[in-house]
Write a protein that binds this ligand. Structure first.
Ligand code: GLP
Length: 263
């Protein structure tokens, strides 16, 4: 696991956007796994800006989002489909038929989940999977004690996650307690994983992800088993790590090697 600690959330977004940019330069027909939540918003803005400057095209790209609220259709303002359309897809040259978000309004969600897995497989698998992280260490909507081998399925949200995400819903608005989410096993099959975390509220989750034991109690700790995961955090999110200097040292070394073209 590569851990990159940067001074602020803007630099976190830039670092993440550059990974996507390099991926699309190497393979314009890439398959990207995308995340919602407030953390990746700045990264999406950067991608839109780079597209507008003509530096990036999404014409050949396919995307799969991690999760969706069960019971919300894509035109509901709190649905993740709506979020992705408004914050990214509406502003770039992607073929919308190649943007997949689990369908939260399907009558048979388990069947929809299996179809989602099938579509990922048929696409050739995810090249870069973007992740945020919940305060309790969840990834996608895989809450603590989700099976580390889980596949796309219906998941109940914890009271903590419902409370954390209540800020996006109006007081009298229906907030779903169920979701449809890629499983941890699904996520771990992505060729590369990029997890972004910013702010003090994520510090314990980041510590457990990076330094903790691999446990279903912190679903993101499963990423320790993945061969190519980059965790990009700001100082606040890194503040509970035992030895942040170690990771900063490695990143300085990596940057030196990169500059000399040795990597
Ligand atoms: C939701 C999403 C996750 C996301 C998490 C953190 O629960 N299902 O994919 O990582 O929120 O959100 P935020 O970035 O707003 O803190």
């Amino acid at each position: 696991m590569k851990v990159v600690i940067l001074p602020n959330d803007q630099l976190v977004a830039h670092y993440g956007a550059n990974i996507i940019k390099r991926q699309l330069a190497d393979e314009p027909r890439s398959v990207l796994g995308l995340a919602t939540g407030s953390t990746p918003l700045m990264l999406y803005q950067l991608l839109v800006e780079q597209y507008q400057l003509g530096e990036l095209s999404f014409r050949g790209v396919t995307t799969f989002n991690l999760d969706e609220y069960l019971g919300l259709s894509g035109d509901h303002p709190q649905s993740y489909r709506y979020f992705m359309d408004r914050n990214l897809f509406d502003h770039i040259d992607i073929d919308t038929a190649k943007t997949f978000v689990p369908d939260g309004a399907m009558a048979r969600p388990q069947a929809a989940a299996q179809e989602y897995e099938h579509n990922i497989k048929v696409s050739g698998g995810i090249d870069v999977q973007l992740l945020g992280i919940g305060v309790n260490g969840h990834i996608g909507f895989n809450e603590p004690w989700s099976s580390l081998g889980s596949r796309t399925r219906v998941k109940t949200l914890t009271a903590r996650t419902i409370a954390d995400n209540a800020r996006f819903f109006a007081d009298d608005e229906y907030q779903p307690h169920l979701s449809i989410t890629m499983g941890i096993g699904t996520i771990l099959e992505a060729k590369n994983i990029v997890l972004l975390a910013t702010g003090k509220s994520k510090a314990t989750a980041v510590k457990n992800t990076v330094e903790g034991p691999i446990t279903a109690g912190c679903p993101a700790s499963s990423l320790q088993l993945h061969p190519s995961t980059t965790v990009i955090v700001d100082e606040a999110a890194a503040s509970a790590l035992d030895d942040p200097e170690f990771f900063k040292h490695i990143e300085r070394e990596n940057q030196m090697l990169l500059a000399r073209n040795d990597l």
